[in-house]
Design a protein around this ligand. Structure first.
Ligand SMILES: [Zn+2]
Length: 168
């Protein structure tokens, strides 16, 4: 988690999330199958990189908390394109850990009926738990989409970016 205090501050930092109150300071996370999340409060902005390990580690909760510390008030969220359950076969041991933490919303099923992780559902559950009611989820699977990089589907070395900025 990094707090960006001016444009360019923390550029290239390795972190699961970034938050700012500075208009004009663009925040960015890069992903290929993990979920990029934008959080917008009253004069506060955050971006989150949420994979399954991060979900279990509470990155979503931590980011919402960091936003609240900078500016209390309701937070809206957008979950960007990530790998969907139909393409994300998942080990049952890890899946049960996620279900225990976040609820049945994370349990999915692949196209051929194997246990799968609904990553976007897990992010939505974590957001709801953290008090974020308004959440938009883009309905695009990075593994199926020709327009997105997918690590699991094509072992892509490239990433897409979510970029967000408070307008001055
Ligand atoms: Zn897919």
């Amino acid at each position: 988690m990094v707090v960006v205090e001016r444009p360019g501050d923390q550029a290239g930092a390795e972190a699961d999330a970034a938050v700012t109150v500075v208009p004009g300071a663009a925040l960015c996370v890069t992903v290929a199958d993990c979920a990029p999340v934008a959080l917008l409060g009253d004069g506060v902005l955050g971006v989150v990189h949420a994979g399954w390990r991060g979900l279990l580690a509470g990155v979503v909760d931590a980011a919402v908390e960091a936003l609240a510390a900078l500016g209390p008030g309701p937070v809206r969220a957008v979950i960007g394109p990530c790998i969907e359950a139909s393409c994300y076969e998942f080990g049952t041991h890890e899946l049960e850990a996620l279900v225990a933490d976040l609820g049945e919303e994370v349990r999915g099923c692949t196209a051929d009926g194997r246990p799968a992780l609904d990553l976007g559902g897990g992010v939505r559950a974590a957001l709801a738990r953290a008090g974020v009611d308004e959440c938009q989820r883009l309905d695009v699977c990075t593994a199926c989409s020709q327009e997105h990089w997918s690590y699991r589907h094509e072992r892509a070395g490239a990433r897409q970016a979510l970029v967000a900025c408070l307008v001055p």
